[in-house]
Design a protein around this ligand. Structure first.
Ligand SMILES: Cc1cc2nc3c(=O)[nH]c(=O)nc-3n(C[C@H](O)[C@H](O)[C@H](O)COP(=O)(O)OP(=O)(O)OC[C@H]3O[C@@H](n4cnc5c(N)ncnc54)[C@H](O)[C@@H]3O)c2cc1C
Length: 428
């Protein structure tokens, strides 16, 4: 079946959807609310094999420029010893690499910037989208790929709201050139976990600015999951030094300097010296609140939700982009093999809702130890009191086929196996 689709949101989810539908002969227009260079927003990105399979399916060559491969994960304990490690091949790429590759193959004439959707109207056949400049567009199908604060979802499932997990991820990228030699030798080419009680730190090498893979030009990306409390505490963190509160997110330069001082001091208390040093040397650490989201349905008449608009799993699964790619591929495959849109969307809703639900549940399981810290000590779950490196290193960012409830929901696409493994220099 062929037809016309409107995609709301021009980020990775929207681009996967637009390209997958064009490939089966659909006419597609993408509408993106901002006019900014989206590539500049991205940071390091953990990958799964399935995302490469979807890229290859779209005819995109995945070459060495994809990023840095790491072959081992290490636990760095409080005393500064690497006391446990396991072999795991992981390719760390950048958000911008995927964005540029997907944007390049989507025609400019059909990618409309500074067009924000305000409302969707279901027609007897198809849909009409209304935009903030007063214009409208009609099609057979509308895909809401407009992220965790989706306008499309707000209209059709207003009860589905992002849930704050009670912790933030302090993040940053330290340039390779800014590493003192001994610290570089000790940690730079390692995927490191630091998991003292109630905290979780992950650090790993990523491509440098503009995907630069040259020695000395890469970056070291870290995320430190740190429990803070409820949304009121989050709002206090998102208040600048003039007392203005920005809600549940704040731009990095506006973060109060004392918060950064405090977090650097706490890093010295909680983690081994190399982790505290990475925090101390990173010029502008910033935080992102961790939310998750589960929508009761992904389909409403001729409207389908995709990617973060429908389900957001906490980042412990490193699944956001892969899930968006799999949603897009499934949607295209269903549309291609069905006689009508309604039955294609019913099949899409069935598999992708189960997939999204299982991803959210698994990520909650991986974050339960962090959430538990917010309870009084006597109310904490003794079974998850201590984080075991043997479990955490294996379960974080695991392969889809190893995640309970995810492996058998859909036929997972397999990459050709030709995706290069660019092992960080020095060998691990
Ligand atoms: C700490 C952290 C670490 C992460 N690490 C990983 C990782 O390692 N691997 C991974 O795969 N994912 C990771 N993610 C998640 C990943 O960033 C997203 O899941 C992924 O980008 C898919 O998003 P999307 O395209 O569905 O939505 P988004 O990227 O949010 O895009 C939505 C787009 O819609 C546009 N939009 C919104 N409203 C409108 C409107 N009304 N009209 C028109 N356009 C609109 C927005 O401007 C935006 O461009 C991480 C997230 C966090 C917070």
């Amino acid at each position: 079946m062929k037809g016309k689709a409107l995609v709301i949101g021009g980020s990775l989810g929207g681009l996967f959807a637009g390209n997958c539908l064009r490939q089966i002969g659909w006419q597609v227009d993408i509408f993106e609310k901002t006019g900014d260079d989206l590539a500049s927003r991205g940071a390091g990105l953990g990958t799964h094999d399935e995302i490469f399979a979807v890229m290859e399916h779209l005819g995109i060559e995945v070459d060495e420029s994809i990023g840095v491969s790491i072959t081992r994960r290490y636990n760095l304990n409080r005393k500064g010893l690497f006391d446990y490690s396991i072999p795991v091949l992981q390719r760390q790429s950048s958000w911008a690499w995927f964005y540029h590759a997907l944007r390049r193959i989507f025609p400019d004439a059909h990618y409309h910037v500074e067009r924000a959707l305000v409302r969707v109207e279901q027609l007897q056949q198809g849909v009409r989208a209304h935009f903030d400049d007063g214009s409208c567009a009609e099609a057979d199908l509308l895909i809401g790929a407009d992220g965790i604060r989706s306008t499309v979802r707000a209209q059709f499932a207003p009860q589905a709201q992002p849930q704050f997990a009670g912790y933030v991820g302090w993040r940053g990228i330290l340039k390779e050139a800014d590493f003192p030699r001994p610290l570089h030798k000790e940690v730079f080419e390692k995927y490191i976990f630091g998991i003292p009680d109630g905290q979780m730190f992950l650090g790993y090498p990523v491509p440098g600015v503009n995907g630069d893979l040259r020695l000395g030009h890469r970056g070291y990306n870290f995320v430190w999951y740190h429990p803070i409390g409820d949304e009121n505490v989050l709002r206090q963190l998102c208040t600048d030094d003039k007392g203005h509160c920005y809600g549940t997110a704040i731009a990095p330069p506006l973060i109060r300097p004392e918060l950064i001082r405090d977090i650097r001091a706490l890093a010295k208390e909680k983690f081994a010296a190399p982790i505290a040093e990475v925090l101390a040397l990173t010029p502008q650490p910033f935080f992102q609140a961790i939310f998750d989201l589960a929508c009761p349905s992904m389909v409403f008449g001729s409207v389908a939700l995709l990617g973060d608009a429908a389900y957001v799993a906490r980042p412990h699964v490193g699944m956001g982009v892969t899930k968006a790619a799999l949603d897009a591929l499934q949607l295209a495959q269903r549309l291609e093999s069905s006689h009508d849109i309604a039955s294609a969307l019913a099949g899409y809703n069935d598999t992708q809702s189960r997939f999204g639900h299982a991803a959210v549940q698994w990520a909650r399981h991986l974050g339960q130890h962090l959430e538990d810290q917010l309870k009084p000590p006597e109310a904490r779950n003794p079974k998850i009191r201590v984080q075991q490196p043997e479990v955490v290193l294996r379960q974080t960012g695991a392969r889809i086929t190893e995640i309970p409830g995810l492996a058998n929901v859909i036929d997972l696409p397999r990459s050709s196996g030709r995706v290069p493994t660019w092992v960080a220099a020095g060998g691990l």
